[in-house]
Ligand binder design. Structure first.
Ligand code: MN
Ligand code: MN
Length: 461
């Protein structure tokens, strides 16, 4: 090795860019590959917010967590959870320091862009039965045609019984499908803009094509489908008004690449933060500060509704924690520190024009710290203070976490950070780079998922 020049030495001391984990720490790759087997299982078990909550409760109970009891007294190391309406969940491990000295909060979301069935979804046209859909969150509609789709959700019957639906994941199940034109007949459709390639009202789900065998019936294919649904679930058409049914890409998460370094799956946004957050919560046994791990709903449509972070459900939980410990709620919040854990758009070498290379995040360089989100002069964002950035970077540096700086999500999408900041809590966005974000199948790097976990574990130490 030749001796470094003065300039080379200076460059090493003074400049910074995030290294690729694969080059810098090859041993992380093996650990990351192993870690992500659990992540893939979580992805497959939780394709909707309700399924994620169910899976999270299962994991928490197995680890000895108990439902939070406002009247119980808690000791450091005790573990509790709280479920909000089956669609959001909070878990806590009590810390050594009193709650009056603050909390460490980590918030991720478990809703994802998808197609929801309309309240009256079932119709027939030219001897084919369909479900009408309404898209949820920011999607590129043309991406949802001609791929296998699955149906997930819950239907309530007149007698109050709930029917859980999950069709299209088991290889023996049928799947569902949105059609598109063949190239030969698409000349006019090809003139549409990409945004209009498939229109919202064309996102119709193919669900059957065999008529009920009797002459003179109106909509016999629809009737046949209703007969099948009635035999399987005991439901009638009116019960769709008492349902929440979601269409997502069918099939399990899959390894991508000869080196198996990436994962393609539905709904990485934001399970890729929710799973490491939950895992860090589970693996934290004796934290300094009390932990609050939030897996919330409705982020993709602005955090609205009583299961989203714009509602008071997290406030109420935190108030109960403070009351239970006999400390001031306001003091507790003032000393709290929060990570808003959500995904960032990974630099895509095929489409370099939309990224600023110096402020982008890259697959394989670790978790992404984002000072502010929003767009147009930071509107709609929570701009983390230099002090908060310093604290969080300090934690990651102390624990050798690979992290990179990024500008966030969808070039204008907010995250839950603004709602946490609104509670007078210090908060910064930390997440994982995602390629093809909001597509039916998205891509992440296993090394980044593992590094998010390492960051969250360090945060809860
Ligand atoms: Mn999103
Ligand atoms: Mn997100």
């Amino acid at each position: 090795m030749s001796k470094k020049t003065k300039a080379q030495e200076l460059q090493e001391q003074l400049t910074w860019s995030a290294p690729h984990i694969g080059k810098d720490a090859p041993d992380h790759k093996e650990k990351a590959l192993k870690y992500c087997e659990g992540y893939k299982q979580f992805l497959n078990a939780g394709k909707t917010e309700r399924e994620c909550v169910k899976e999270a409760v299962h994991m928490l109970k197995k680890a000895g967590y108990k439902p939070f009891d406002r009247t119980a007294s808690y000791e450091p190391g005790d573990k509790v959870y709280y479920v909000n309406r089956r669609k959001a969940i909070i878990a806590t491990t009590f810390g050594k320091k009193p709650l009056s000295e603050g909390l460490h909060i980590n918030g991720a979301h478990i809703d994802s862009p998808r197609l929801d069935l309309k309240p009256n979804p079932l119709y027939e046209k030219e001897d084919i039965a369909y479900f009408k859909t309404h898209y949820y969150g920011g999607i590129r509609k043309y991406q949802w045609a001609t791929i296998p789709l699955s149906l997930h959700g819950v239907i309530y019957k007149k007698n109050g019984d709930a029917v859980t639906v999950n069709i299209g994941e088991d290889p023996a199940d049928p799947v569902f499908y949105i059609s598109d034109l063949l190239p030969h007949l698409a000349a006019r459709q090809n003139q549409r803009s990409l945004a209009e390639g498939i229109k919202g009202e064309e996102l119709n789900i193919l669900i059957g094509s065999i008529p009920y065998p009797e002459k003179g019936l109106k909509d016999p294919v629809k009737l046949k489908v209703l007969q099948i649904l009635n035999e399987k679930y005991g439901i009638v058409e009116a019960d769709f008004y008492r349902a929440e049914l979601e269409i997502v890409a069918a099939g399990p998460a899959r390894d991508v690449g000869f080196d198996r370094s990436l994962i393609a799956s539905a709904a990485h946004d934001d399970r890729v933060c929710a799973y490491p957050a939950l895992r860090a919560e589970l693996d934290t046994l004796h934290p300094t500060y009390t932990t609050v791990t939030i897996l919330t709903d409705k982020e993709e449509i602005g955090s609205v509704g009583n299961t989203g972070l714009h509602s008071d459900y997290v406030r109420h939980y935190l108030e109960y924690l403070a009351e239970n410990a006999g400390v001031s709620y306001k003091d507790m919040l003032q000393h709290a520190l929060c990570l808003s854990s959500d995904v960032s758009a990974a630099f895509d070498p095929t489409f370099p024009d939309v990224y600023e290379a110096g402020n982008s995040c890259y697959l394989g360089k670790g978790c992404v710290l984002t000072k502010y989100t929003g767009a147009r002069g930071k509107s709609g964002s929570s701009d983390a203070s230099a002090e908060t950035m310093s604290k969080v970077i300090g934690i990651m540096e102390a624990h050798n976490v690979y992290w990179q700086a990024g500008k966030v999500d969808e070039g204008g999408g907010g995250t839950v950070a603004q709602f946490i900041a609104g509670m007078n809590i210090d908060v910064v966005d930390l997440g994982v780079p995602v390629m093809s974000m909001h597509a039916p199948m998205e891509i992440v790097s296993k090394m980044d998922v593992y590094e998010a976990y390492n960051a969250f574990v360090a945060f809860y130490k």
